[in-house]
Design a binder for this molecule. Structure first.
Ligand SMILES: [Zn+2]
Length: 765
């Protein structure tokens, strides 16, 4: 009978438990007694109300058992309401079916079956998935006013003329108003004339609601009516400039909302952050606040040197704001597509969140396009719903939780629905999901480093404080002309005119070492047209003393040594006590000398000491030096066979020489190593066509595993053409590692090339 008694006990406790749950749980705001979390097949959390389900009474009892483990007879802490006012607040939601009226007028059957991406169903599908997952209750999906216990419907309204005019010009507003009364032909004409926009007679209404919805969502958050808010609105806004619609956007919704909040709540909202994670740069929003110190605009977007939509340089990392707004515009421009969670989280950790904490906003608005989402063909990126959840979670930690999410782009209906659902869940209070991929792309790490260099001028939290911003031109984003003009610090050229470049000193040291070890000597470098600089000196061309007589030569042409060093975290200086030079080409010297071959080692500086640096080009220099070496020395040496080894950009000189002198009798092998940033160079012969075949047979070009000649990593593989020589892909990324990986192979190849020649000449004699 023991089992019966134990079965009875929980039932007796039932009442106790339900009262406990009701009065003490900070989360429960209703009479729902017990809920359990389960996961459906999509991994979405489903809340099940057990108290209203008869069939699961067994499991209900199980839960009661666990909850009732502690019996309360002695009061230690008396019951009290939690001092957490925000838990009583819901998450606000803006949605109105009338924003679906704005639609493209079909002009062909094709447009009917393949609708415009800015599709009215976008907001419907987001609303629907919220209902399907129980975040809102609206069985007919008609946008009802009572939507359940988690979210609060924020009444929408049309933005007023005055509000729109705080951002847009009168002409702009008048034009959008005029579409209301246009006939079909006029609408089609206006559609054709615009930059990626379309109009019908309801466009004005939808756009005014979309804009008004964004304002009301922000207002509800600022006034404390909701804890945070999600505005499911369209048409989007961030491409609309003050005097022109564009990129599917008619009014700059978020800009108008931010302006309105700053104007109407001057006491409580002094500073706003607009975080724009739409895959496109928000050119309109940026323009509105470019010289406004009250708004920090941060955008993460595909840029590709300004080629990605909207296709201007406005989205570059060097666009930092102007006047009082200088330093309050932060662009994080992805140089390639295909970025995902890991890249966004990396950017948030390294740049976005440090800046946001330092700015201390009173309100955060997310310009929330979901076109970086996995599955969106326009964006071509891979942010998952979990990624959006994580970013939302981080931004919730700012501005006392005053966060308003406003929909922008996003064109895969499934992707935007799932992403918006995850964002809404985090807004309501669910923890974000864990991420699967946490490794950012190399390109992203490089671009974030560039952004930090630029923004560290304005944000202490981004240190180190790089002085002379332009001394290290950001490598990956292209045009940085404006940086030099803006920098108040001494430019690198000014500093360098008084100090030597480290590369010079490193090479001089190498010369001394090679002399000590192998009695290396200098070949004079007397080329009239090379710039006058201490960077060319007795160290540029070094050779073993037997180079005049030896019948076999290995000629190594390489970029300068690299330096591995620890950086001072405050000043950004390299710590010379913790710095070493790395030069893999030295290993080839050791090897070749052991084989008893002559060695010529040529160092081609990437930049040079002195004022001529501005006009200096290391690739041209490499070409000039090799021609000079060939015409003035090799010709007069006793050498019978030569192997070239090219490392880095300097390898261009070898390819150039093979096209401009008939080197085929002497050169038996050309081995080259290039990193991912060095372009492949084709042999273009001024002698005869067969040089290409000859070069292919006698060359090996090892590239970084990430070199673009192999296509993108999504499997669109390519194969470099024959004119580039025999190109092989290493398994590793950095140049030093490529050399390590292929060292033995290269030595064997060169040995065999020279052996074969010997046996041929033997048979001839
Ligand atoms: Zn977009």
């Amino acid at each position: 009978m023991d089992s019966e008694t134990s079965n009875k006990r929980p039932l007796e406790d039932d009442n106790d438990i339900s009262t406990t749950v009701n009065s003490n749980s900070p989360i429960s705001t209703t009479n729902t007694e017990i809920t359990v979390k389960t996961e459906d097949s999509n991994g979405d959390i489903i809340m099940t109300d057990l108290s209203s389900t008869n069939s699961t009474s067994d499991s209900k009892q199980d839960i009661i058992k666990t909850l009732s483990r502690t019996k309360s007879s002695d009061v230690i802490v008396p019951a009290r309401k939690p001092d957490l006012s925000y838990v009583l607040l819901k998450t606000g939601l803006v949605y109105d079916v009338r924003m679906r009226y704005h639609a493209k007028i079909y002009t062909s059957y094709f447009e009917y079956i393949d609708p415009h991406p800015e599709d009215p169903r976008r907001i419907y599908r987001i609303y629907k998935i919220l209902a399907e997952n129980g975040l809102i209750i609206d069985p007919t999906l008609s946008g009802s006013d009572e939507i359940g216990e988690y979210m609060l419907k924020i009444p929408i309204r049309e933005a007023t003329k005055e509000e729109i005019l705080t951002v847009h010009s009168e002409e702009h507003l008048e034009f959008i108003e005029s579409t209301q009364n246009m006939n079909k032909d006029e609408l089609l004409k206006a559609t054709e004339k615009g930059d990626s926009v379309y109009f019908n007679n309801d466009s004005l209404l939808s756009a005014k609601l979309s804009c008004g919805g964004a304002i009301e969502a922000c207002k509800a958050v600022v006034e404390g009516k909701v804890k945070n808010a999600l505005a499911v609105v369209r048409p989007p806004g961030h491409h609309a400039e003050p005097d022109a619609p564009g990129g599917f956007c008619l009014f700059s919704n978020v800009a108008v909302a931010a302006t309105s909040i700053l104007k109407n709540y001057p006491e409580s909202v002094r500073k706003i952050i607009i975080l724009d994670w739409d895959i496109h740069h928000g050119n309109g929003t940026q323009k509105v606040f470019y010289n406004d110190p009250r708004v920090l605009y941060i955008s993460l977007h595909r840029y590709e040197q300004g080629k990605y939509y909207p296709g201007t340089k406005a989205g570059g990392a060097d666009q930092v704001g102007e006047g009082l707004g200088e330093g309050l515009n932060v662009n994080i421009p992805w140089p390639v597509g295909g970025v995902g969670d890991a890249d966004y989280i990396y950017a948030f950790r390294k740049v976005v969140m440090p800046i946001c904490y330092e700015f201390q906003p009173d309100l955060v608005i997310i310009s929330s396009g979901f076109d970086a989402a996995d599955g969106d063909v326009i964006g071509g990126c891979h942010v998952s719903p979990a990624g959006y959840g994580q970013m939302t979670h981080m931004l919730k930690s700012l501005a006392k939780g005053n966060l308003c999410v406003v929909l922008e782009g996003g064109y895969n209906l499934d992707s935007i629905a799932k992403s918006a659902l995850r964002v809404a869940k985090v807004l309501i209070g669910e923890p974000p999901e864990e991420l699967k991929n946490i490794h950012p792309k190399t390109e992203s790490i490089e671009v974030i480093d560039d952004v930090i260099k630029i923004q560290s001028k304005y944000w202490i939290s981004l240190g180190p404080g790089y002085t002379g911003l332009d001394y290290n031109l950001p490598s990956i984003m292209g045009n940085f002309d404006t940086l030099t003009a803006k920098s108040p610090d001494p430019t690198f050229i000014e500093v360098a005119s008084k100090h030597d470049k480290l590369n010079d000193a490193v090479r001089d040291h190498q010369r001394d070492e090679l002399f000590e070890k192998y009695k290396f000597i200098t070949l004079p470098l007397l080329i009239e047209k090379l710039p006058k600089t201490p960077s060319y000196n007795s160290s540029t061309i070094l050779c073993s003393p037997d180079v005049y007589e030896n019948d076999k030569l290995v000629i190594i042409v390489h970029d300068p040594s690299r330096i591995w060093a620890r950086r001072d975290p405050i000043t950004g200086d390299l710590d010379s006590a913790n710095a070493v030079t790395v030069d893999k080409s030295l290993e080839f010297i050791d090897w070749a000398l052991k084989e008893k071959w002559g060695v010529i080692d040529i160092n081609i500086p990437i930049t040079i000491t002195g004022k001529e640096d501005v006009n200096y080009n290391n690739i041209n220099t490499s070409q000039d030096i090799l021609l000079y070496l060939w015409d003035n020395f090799i010709h007069f040496f006793k050498v019978q066979k030569i192997a070239f080894i090219g490392v880095g950009e300097a390898y261009n000189g070898i390819i150039h020489l093979c096209g401009h002198r008939d080197v085929r009798n002497l050169v038996k092998a050309s081995i080259n190593f290039i990193d991912k940033a060095t372009a492949l160079r084709a042999v273009i012969s001024t002698i005869d066509e067969s040089v290409v075949d000859w070069f292919f047979r006698n060359s090996l070009i090892f590239t970084s595993s990430k070199h673009s000649c192999w296509g993108d990593k999504d499997g669109n593989s390519k194969r470099p053409r024959k004119k580039y020589g025999r190109v092989l892909r290493a398994d590793v990324e950095s140049l030093d590692r490529v050399i390590d990986e292929r060292f033995e192979e290269v030595c064997t190849f060169i040995e065999e090339s020279l052996e074969d020649y010997e046996s041929e000449s033997d048979s001839e004699s």
